[in-house]
Design a protein around this ligand. Structure first.
Ligand SMILES: Nc1nc2c(ncn2[C@@H]2O[C@H](COP(=O)(O)OP(=O)(O)O)[C@@H](O)[C@H]2O)c(=O)[nH]1
Ligand SMILES: [Mg+2]
Length: 311
């Protein structure tokens, strides 16, 4: 693995891709890899882009990639959205968007499936982001559909969460969707080339007024990813949020909370992994039959299993 890591750290895209495949497997090799690369992380700015399907996340991501590239930054993209045009590393669907970047060595695009089973997707996604960070990508964009809890968990791993809203989707539904609102650091009302974008932005601001005042008040801006409008403001807002995270006490305590959360998640995932392994053994050893015959009971079996995994 060391040679592979070395090549990846030097920026070889194929080695980077292999490391990400490794973290996707969620086995113990992934933990070993993280120990190797974690000291090299910390420089990247990880930006989560979330919002309902069709709000323009991929289109906006492609625009942002172009802007960051113009600024000379290397960009990694993790798409946790099965419908993203870059599914499978290939450019599908709306072919126009990503192909400009497909041949650019400063851009690495990877899509991650939703097959993670140990505590959802967020672990593998975070580790993939760590890989990109360590391998020299200055910006890591994580695109995900803002629909279930697991997607919210995915964006939570990012430094800055950008929620995309659009006019005409039934604002109450999109805005009030439990959980997403609370994790958003930046709001973007996309498709400003359509009617009603200003109204959505005004509604969001009213709603933000109801949230207890914090040092960071999420900015709300209008954009048209299709026309390439409003990008400077989004980038300015992400930079301001990054500065807040690194230079204020509140930002620091939010970063610390995320680190604590990460440790907890790693522990939970590891416990789940061990439970699954051990339970497989017990089952093939006849534990279910023994319970059925009342030779033992579910509680005793569970306790024996717990004793075995907590070594
Ligand atoms: N009118 C308009 N359409 C847009 C804009 N941004 C994206 N779209 C279109 O919205 C559709 C969904 O975009 P996509 O980026 O795939 O959304 P995602 O599902 O959130 O990733 C596509 O047909 C885009 O061309 C915009 O700013 N204005
Ligand atoms: Mg998409």
């Amino acid at each position: 693995m060391d040679a592979l890591v070395e090549r990846a750290l030097l920026g070889d895209p194929r080695s980077v891709a292999r490391l990400i495949s490794l973290v996707e497997r969620e086995d113990s090799a992934s933990a070993d890899l993280m120990r190797l690369i974690y000291p090299r992380t910390g420089a990247a700015h990880t930006i989560g882009i979330t919002g309902s399907p069709g709000t323009g996340k991929s289109t906006l991501a492609a625009r942002l990639i172009a802007s960051f590239r113009e600024a000379g930054l290397k960009v990694g993209v993790i798409a946790v959205d099965p419908s993203s045009p870059y599914t499978g590393g290939a450019i599908l669907g709306d072919r126009l968007r990503m192909q400009d970047h497909a041949l650019d060595a400063g851009v690495f695009i990877r899509s991650m499936g939703s097959r993670g089973n140990l505590g959802g997707l967020s672990g593998a996604t975070r580790e993939a982001a760590h890989v990109l960070d360590a391998c020299g990508y200055d910006i890591v964009i994580v695109e995900t559909v803002g629909v279930g809890q697991s997607e919210i968990d995915v964006v939570k791993v990012c430094d800055t969460v950008c929620l995309i809203l659009v006019p005409g989707l039934g604002d109450d539904v999109q805005i009030m969707k439990a959980g997403v609102m609370e994790v958003a650091d930046i709001f973007v009302v996309n498709k400003s080339d359509r009617d009603g974008a200003g109204k959505v932005a005004a509604d969001v601001k009213v709603m933000l007024d109801l949230i207890p005042e914090r040092e960071w008040r999420p900015p709300v801006s209008l954009a048209s990813a299709r026309l390439g409008e409003g990008l400077e403001e989004i980038i300015k807002n992400t930079e301001a949020h990054k500065a807040y995270l690194t230079s204020t006490d509140e930002g620091r305590s939010r970063r610390m909370a995320k680190i604590g959360n990460q440790v907890e998640e790693i522990v939970k995932r590891e416990i789940l992994r061990r439970v699954e392994d051990e339970w497989k053994n017990e089952r093939s050893g006849g534990a279910l039959e023994d319970i059925e015959k009342r030779k033992t009971d579910p509680y005793a079996v569970a306790e024996a299993l717990l004793n075995k995994i907590i070594k």
